[in-house]
Every structure is written in C-alpha cells, then in structure tokens.
Design a protein around this ligand. Structure first.
Ligand code: PHE
Length: 345
C-alpha cells in the first residue's frame, strides 16, 4: 500500500506538471487549480487517505504529502506568473502596434473644410488651364499690398481697405490677395499665369456677410497681346466649371481698382433660377469678380515693359463663392467650428 501511495504521489505530481506546461491562459490555469489544488481536488482527495493510516505510516508518508502540496503550489505559481507576464507584454505590444485601419462602427470621421474643398476644385481648374498655384505671405509690406499696386500713400483707395497695421513700420496683414501680383512678376518673370488663394484680413465689424479674416483668390496672366476677351473667356470657363453648368452667362460692369485699367466687375447669371430667387436677390445676376487689365504702372513697377506685355487680373472672395454655391447664409459659420455645419460638406 505504501509503495502504491508513493507512486500515486509521484504520478499526481507529474500529471500536474504536464497539464501546467500545456496551459496557456488564465482560464485554463483556474481549471487546473480547482482540479488539483482545490479543497476537493485530486491532491486533497489523496491526502484524505492519511487519516486512516497508522502512526508509523503517517510518519513516513506525512512529509511526502507535504512536499507534494508545497511543490505543486510552487509549480502552479511559477506557471501562473509566466502567463500573467506574457499577457501583459502582449497587451503592451498590442497598444504599441495598434491597427490604424481597424474598422470601428459609428465612429465620427473628419472631412476637409468646405473652403479647402473649394480651393482644391479651383486649383484643379486653374492648373488644367496652365496656371501655377502660388502662396503669398499673410504678413506683408505696405509696398506689396498698396504701393506697387498703384495705391500710393495718399491714395483714397487705402481707406476702404481697413488695414490691420502691425507695430513694425510699413508692415500689415494683407487686405487682398493682389499682393501676389508683384511677387509673382519679380520671381517668375513673364509670360506668367498664377492662381493664388489665401487668407486676407480687414479691420471691419463682423456681420452675416463680413468677417475680419476671409479668403480670396487672385488670378494673374501676363503675356503678349492679352486683352479683355482673354479675361472673359477665362472667367467664363472657371465659373461654369465651378457651378457645373455650361449655360452661365457673364455680365460686365465698369469697376474701379487702382491696379487695373480698365477695371471691371464681372457678374454671372444666377445658376439657380431664371426669374429671380433669394440667392440672386431677385436680380438674376450675382456679383462674383473684381477684374481688369493690369495697369501699366503695376507692370512697370515690377520691371515689365507695358509696350510689349499686357495682362489681366481678377480676384474674388472664396467664402462668398462657397456661400452662393452651397446656399450658406452667414459667413461667420465658416470659422465657428460647429460640427453640425461642417458635417454637411
Ligand atoms: N483685390 C481686389 C479686392 O480685394 C480684387 C481685384 C483683384 C480686382 C484683381 C481687380 C483685379 O477687392
């Protein structure tokens, strides 16, 4: 009997070591713990036999049972710690190399801001017509914002620009994207075709159609024999493309900008109605562009001979265009960061 019990003790220990080796999860471990080390587990059941034994047998087998208990618990704890360590390293690895493409339902996705989308559409259109896209500086000098654009210091046109002057003399926040004109002529020379969207600033009170920070885009083309018909053809092409309509007509009115001669205001026939609607304010026309042929003083100021070269320039407000295109009634919505507005585009 004693020999049998010794063998049983030994084989129980071996069996425990074998199942521990193949256990890989904390759930599997828990089952093993109940099965072997639990109150009515296999070790406890075997130890119950001790009660019926003689004192002598108890003396001999007692320490063996004890050893079984202690070494079994040790083996169990060693394995349990190993699995816990493995779990936490695996978790750490998962956190380090998380899957950015994993799909999570109902997750809010961002999108491009409405005028980023418009700028991209416009850039595509102008690039397709052979223009290059230019970025100007938002902090500018008096020279590029006014002086070289035929607006000298005492010129009354300065008043309508409501300029934010900086503390540094002659420095300002640009009031229009026409600042890129002289930069482009100086940097690139002629012939030249640039399209330049960007932020502008004017110190005015804000309301539904005015913001102190807004976005304009400027077009400038200079070459030999450029005339108003080139300007109108270009304007018509991009306006029709942006509204995705090929029946839009243009109307030209005289306009005054010191850096163009003649200066024009270009209106488009309302893309939304034939009889007058709220977008065209029942006039059937919407005002879109300030434009004209580049003034000879502007060309000369950048070292271009006006007897050989001529060009056109036009400028427009991007928020205004986006507002017309998407029926938005308040320019302040563009910057207030409200998701339920941005979400619609
Ligand atoms: N810069 C003018 C403005 O801000 C627009 C314009 C650009 C007019 C180019 C003519 C030519 O109002």
């Amino acid at each position: 009997m004693q020999k049998n019990i010794k063998e049983e003790i030994n084989s129980l220990h071996q069996a425990l070591l074998a199942v521990l080796r193949s256990a890989a999860t904390t759930d599997a471990l828990e089952k093993i713990r109940i099965d072997f080390l639990g109150r009515s587990g296999r070790i406890a059941t075997l130890m119950k036999q001790l009660k019926q034994m003689s004192l002598e047998q108890k003396k001999e087998l007692g320490p063996l049972f004890n050893q079984l208990k202690v070494s079994s618990e040790q083996a169990f704890n060693t394995r349990s710690n190993a699995i816990k360590n493995f779990d936490s390293t695996e978790q750490a690895l998962k956190e380090k190399f998380f899957d950015v493409t994993a799909y999570k339902p109902n997750q809010y996705r961002g999108s491009l801001h409405i005028y980023t989308q418009l700028i991209q559409q416009l850039e595509d259109i102008f690039i397709s017509m052979g223009y290059s896209v230019e970025d100007g500086n938002e902090v500018e000098t008096d020279y590029y914002n006014f002086e070289t654009l035929n607006i000298p210091a005492d010129h009354p046109a300065r008043d309508i620009h409501d300029t934010f002057w900086l503390n540094v003399p002659n420095m300002l926040l640009r009031t229009h994207t026409s600042t890129v004109q002289a930069h482009a002529m100086e940097d690139k020379g002629v012939p030249l075709a640039v399209f330049a969207p960007g932020r502008c600033y004017r110190n005015e009170a804000t309301d539904a159609t005015h913001e102190f920070m807004f976005t304009q885009a400027e077009g400038l083309l200079i070459d030999k024999n450029i005339s108003i018909s080139n300007l109108l053809a270009t304007a018509k092409t991009f306006i029709q493309k942006i509204f995705e309509r090929d029946d839009i007509k243009l109307r030209v009115r005289p306009g005054y900008f010191p850096f163009v001669e003649p200066g024009l205001e270009i209106d488009a026939s309302c893309p939304f109605c034939k009889k007058g609607c709220s977008i065209c304010k029942k006039t059937r026309w919407i005002e879109l562009l300030g434009a004209g042929l580049v003034h000879s003083n502007v060309l000369q100021s950048s070292g271009i001979n006006p007897n050989i070269y001529s060009g056109f320039a036009f400028g427009f407000g991007l928020e205004r265009l986006a507002m017309i295109k998407n029926e938005i009634d308040d320019i302040r919505l563009f910057h207030n960061g409200k998701i339920n507005f941005l979400d619609q585009f």
